[in-house]
Write a protein that binds this ligand. Structure first.
Ligand SMILES: CC(C)(COP(=O)(O)OP(=O)(O)OC[C@H]1O[C@@H](n2cnc3c(N)ncnc32)[C@H](O)[C@@H]1OP(=O)(O)O)[C@@H](O)C(=O)NCCC(=O)NCCS
Length: 252
């Protein structure tokens, strides 16, 4: 059996896990919209109606960002200027001068509440980023400082780290900054630093984040039920992970 043939059942398995996750998020959203549990069955029926009308679209292949990016697209200036660039977006180590802007972004409750656990208060942020178990990068869209992406809980012994990301200005969301930054971050973790595994925690309602991660090959590792409280409501937290062989196979 070739390497490609061996991998495809694994990738299908990841996709099935993602579908379960999306279904759970969708269910929670329905309840949020005031649909009661009995009516969820009616919604399921309507979903099936859509399948009947659109015949065939459900067979669409799993989509990954490997059509947008490959490893060779990265302009790698890490060894000289500690900068990685793809499609006009760069990351480089966070500069102390960026911390006040980050604190301003995090002051917005909807941004701060996207993170589990939350970032510390503004006065503690500068020290937080300097801790040796963390490594954060600033994201630049052309020359404009647009957000941060970084590693938490860096564990050299087992070769794993936790990823967190923020596109600071909500008006800049949905413009492809998050996915390009994530690609560069994974390039740094897997290709430069040779880590084995990147994982993350996300609220189950953070659909944009879940979509983005799934298209990089992240798989569901587990769901922490009612793990946190956001605006008075108990929320599930999802843990997803990506192993370097999967990412390298997808993006080489
Ligand atoms: C999550 C976040 C980093 C994504 O960055 P972004 O620049 O907004 O995302 P992108 O434009 O790169 O879009 C990535 C994917 O999100 C999904 N997406 C975009 N807009 C969406 C929307 N309105 N609803 C659902 N999914 C959406 C899409 O799958 C998109 O990929 P596609 O364009 O290839 O289909 C950003 O929204 C953010 O900073 N949010 C607040 C902090 C946060 O939630 N961080 C994650 C916790 S670790």
């Amino acid at each position: 059996m070739t390497e490609g043939e061996e991998s495809s059942p694994a990738i299908r398995h990841y996709h099935e896990q993602m579908l379960k996750l999306v279904a759970k998020g969708f269910f929670n959203e329905l309840i949020n919209y005031g649909v009661n549990e009995a009516e969820v069955l009616a919604v399921a029926g309507h979903l099936l109606d859509n399948v009947m009308h659109k015949g065939g679209t459900t067979n669409k292949a799993v989509e990954y960002y490997n059509k947008l990016f490959t490893i060779k697209d990265v302009q790698d200036q890490w060894a000289t200027t500690q900068r990685l660039t793809v499609h006009n977006l760069s990351i480089s180590p966070i500069a102390p001068g960026h911390v006040p802007q980050i604190a301003t972004w995090l002051r917005e409750p909807s941004i701060q509440e996207s993170f589990y656990p939350k970032f510390p208060e503004a006065k503690d942020l500068a020290c937080y980023f300097l801790e040796p178990t963390r490594e954060y990068f600033s994201i630049f869209r052309q020359q404009h400082f647009a957000g941060i992406i970084g590693a938490e809980n860096i564990d050299h012994e087992s070769g794993k780290l936790e990823m967190r990301k923020l596109v600071g200005d909500p008006d800049m969301h949905g413009k492809g900054i998050g996915k390009r930054a994530t690609f560069l971050f994974l390039y740094h973790a897997f290709f430069i630093r040779q880590f084995r595994k990147v994982y993350l925690h996300s609220l189950d309602i953070n659909v944009r984040n879940l979509n983005l991660n799934g298209k990089f090959g992240f798989e569901l590792e587990g769901v922490f039920l009612e793990e946190t409280v956001i605006q008075g409501k108990r929320r599930d937290v999802v843990r997803m992970a990506l192993a370097s062989p999967i990412w390298l196979e997808l993006f080489s």
